[in-house]
Design a binder for this molecule. Structure first.
Ligand SMILES: NC(=O)c1ccc[n+]([C@@H]2O[C@H](COP(=O)([O-])OP(=O)(O)OC[C@H]3O[C@@H](n4cnc5c(N)ncnc54)[C@H](OP(=O)(O)O)[C@@H]3O)[C@@H](O)[C@H]2O)c1
Length: 286
């Protein structure tokens, strides 16, 4: 490959028109909203997730508004799934210019008592699949000197969050991965954005079996998607939708991590389902 120079042209949201966008986790929540938003700006959409019937119904909705769509059903717990998605799209001649790494899941509760499969699934879907998909699709974007990659992080990526310990750590990974990759590929005209929403309306809280205070999203998924897609178009590296989220992100970085984590644990423990865990004070010896 002979590297060509990126011409430095400022791309806008109108550049999404006619491009193929691959959206993971497009069967629910933020992924559905992102697919609709990208389609609204004229992108052609590849939808992927496990629940195929949901993908079919979203594809039908988008097609009715004139959007070209494809569906690839895949389980991102499977390390071979990203290659299968690639083979069915880019490998089959579809130039994927926009990669949206949105699929993800969480698990609320005490780490030491939670099912290991759910913990590992977070690592596989939230982190491993993001790296694999990016590694497959980004080289073609670099060759073409154009591309956009969105990675769903979270406001949970700015500090450790006890009782969603693994989830918050995976989201910190996602945010740092996005930032590092963004710096590597910007000179080739490829833009990478970490979208960091606070609690958003979706099925996330149901899947994460949350109870108590952390039991629902408050931001509309459509608004998060609109702000995220606009940030992606202008090449913004990090976007935290809503002022409250931005304020928290700044605050937690200004304070010592240990202190923030101490207070989050105190508050979150009150909402744990097990009374034993709610009441127990940490031992001074451990
Ligand atoms: N909602 C929030 O408050 C919030 C806040 C910050 C960040 N986020 C992030 O936003 C992203 C989307 O979450 P959401 O809130 O929209 O949750 P959601 O409504 O539960 O949707 C999650 C999506 O991920 C897909 N997914 C999960 N496991 C998968 C697997 N093994 N293989 C393939 N796809 C899988 C699901 O599809 P199938 O089940 O059909 O496979 C679904 O489409 C996640 O990365 C999450 O961490 C959410």
């Amino acid at each position: 490959m002979h590297p060509r120079r990126y011409d430095g042209r400022m791309a806008g949201i109108e550049d999404f028109k006619g491009k193929w966008a691959l959206v993971t986790g497009a069967s629910a929540g933020i992924g559905v909203a992102l697919a609709r938003e990208l389609a609204r700006h004229g992108a052609k959409i590849i939808l992927t997730a496990r629940r195929e019937e949901r993908l079919e119904s979203l594809a039908a909705e988008l097609a009715a508004r004139g959007t070209e769509t494809r569906i690839v059903a895949a389980d991102l717990n499977d390390p071979d799934a990203p290659q299968q998605i690639y083979d069915a799209t880019e490998g089959a001649g579809i130039e994927v210019d926009i990669l949206v790494n949105n699929a993800g899941l969480g698990q609320f509760g005490e780490f030491y008592a939670s099912p290991i499969e759910q913990e590992m699934s977070q690592v596989r879907v939230n982190c491993e699949a993001v790296v694999r998909l990016s590694r497959l699709f980004v080289p073609r974007m670099v060759e073409r000197r154009r591309g956009w990659v969105m990675i769903l992080a979270s406001t949970a990526s700015f500090q450790p969050v006890p009782y969603i310990t693994t989830y918050a750590a995976t989201k910190a990974f996602d945010r740092f991965f996005a930032l590092g990759l963004a710096q590597e590929v910007v000179r080739f005209g490829v833009k990478v954005t970490a979208l960091c929403p606070g609690p958003t309306e979706s099925e996330f809280f149901e899947v994460a079996r949350s109870g108590g205070i952390m039991n629902r999203g408050v931001l509309p998924a459509a608004t998060v998607a609109r702000l995220g897609v606009a940030a992606l178009a202008r090449g913004q590296r990090t976007i935290v939708p809503y002022l409250s989220g931005r304020f928290t992100a700044v605050l937690v970085r200004a304070l010592p991590t240990g202190l923030i984590t101490y207070f989050i644990e105190k508050i979150a423990r009150k909402s744990l389902p097990s009374a034993e865990s709610r009441l127990a004070e940490p031992t001074r010896r451990g």
